[in-house]
Design a protein around this ligand. Structure first.
Ligand SMILES: Cc1ncc(COP(=O)(O)O)c(C=O)c1O
Length: 315
């Protein structure tokens, strides 16, 4: 019931460090883990500690709107860098990202498009960061759910120079209402991150951290991931996505995805417009369809309603 450590509940941080080392190839000690209220706070604190207003920050285009918000709130200048099927285009990053202080990436499962960053791009990205002294903010938000190939080790684990800030969350692997996430920081940055968290809201609820620690230590967490992987694999067969809990459906040129999303909401379907992930309007809009919280019947029903919505938009 008393005040806790700004960095988080130690047994929880030990359990996270062990898990990340075993499953994600993250090399860290528990002392480098700051427990946060989800990735959003991790991004916000990272921006606050590492960046100054007007600093240039590169971001995947399309990319995660939550990250854009966090960096914009810190007053930084955002530079969009396009992605292709190997992830962020590092050649473009080198060209556009001159003097950039940081780059934000989602290597395991690009948000929103869903590709995995290739090994070559990972090495090129790390080399760029070492050469320029920029930070890499790696958001590993749903790395647990891969259905085909084994998860690829994190960028953090490949980084020998302490350039990577690794952000993770329990929002996907467990559920968003927990509001628990974490950031793994290079050792010399621990005091600055700890002070920023202390100044923000002191620390995360010890109760939830303690319960989740037991959940992990007693083996329920690993069992949950195994069960969910099987379930998700079943849910993605139809659409052929190989990782994550969402997919993107592109709409025909000329269809306004914001409008489709608004109309779908009237039918009780939540489908985020793809265009919100772009800094400039894309040539084709689309819908981001999350299926983590829906069963097969709900997915079927949702797709039927979406079809009616889109057809209504074309007519
Ligand atoms: C790329 C990405 N990062 C992080 C999150 C989760 O954020 P939080 O941990 O703040 O709930 C999401 C949720 O959709 C996401 O898409």
């Amino acid at each position: 019931m008393a005040y806790g450590d700004a960095m988080g509940y130690l047994p929880f941080r030990e359990a996270i460090a062990e898990y990340l080392g075993a499953v994600r190839g993250v090399r860290c000690e528990a002392s480098q883990i700051l427990v946060t209220t989800g990735s959003q706070q991790a991004l916000q604190i990272s921006a606050q500690v590492l960046l100054d207003p007007k600093d240039r920050v590169c971001m995947e285009e399309p990319g995660y709107p939550g990250a854009r918000q966090a960096f914009m709130t810190a007053g930084t200048h955002l530079i969009p860098v396009p992605v292709d099927d190997e992830g962020i285009k590092v050649a473009e990053l080198i060209r556009r990202g001159r003097d950039a202080r940081a780059v934000y990436v989602t290597p395991s499962h690009q948000y929103p498009m869903g590709m995995t960053m290739s090994a070559t791009r990972r090495m090129l990205l790390l080399n760029w960061a070492v050469r320029t002294g920029a930070w890499i903010i790696e958001d590993d938000y749903d790395s647990e759910y891969r259905f085909g190939s084994r998860p690829i080790a994190s960028l953090q684990g490949l980084d020998a120079d302490g350039r990577v800030i690794y952000v993770g969350t329990f929002s996907k692997v467990m559920f968003p209402a927990l509001r628990l996430g974490y950031v793994v920081v290079p050792k010399d940055l621990v005091p600055a991150f700890s002070a920023a968290r202390d100044a923000a809201d002191i620390f995360s609820s010890t109760l939830y951290q303690a319960v989740l620690t037991d959940f992990i230590r007693e083996g329920h967490f690993a069992r949950h991931i195994r069960r969910m992987r099987m379930l998700m694999r079943g849910r993605t067969e139809v659409i052929g996505a190989e990782a994550g809990m969402h997919l993107v459906a592109l709409l025909q040129r000329g269809i306004n995805d914001v409008e489709v999303s608004r109309k779908a909401a009237h039918r009780g379907i939540s489908a985020m417009p793809l265009s919100v992930c772009y800094s400039k309007a894309p040539t084709r809009g689309g819908l981001i369809l999350g299926y983590g919280g829906a069963n097969a019947h709900q997915i079927h029903d949702g797709i039927r309603k979406l079809r009616m919505t889109v057809e209504g938009q074309i007519a």
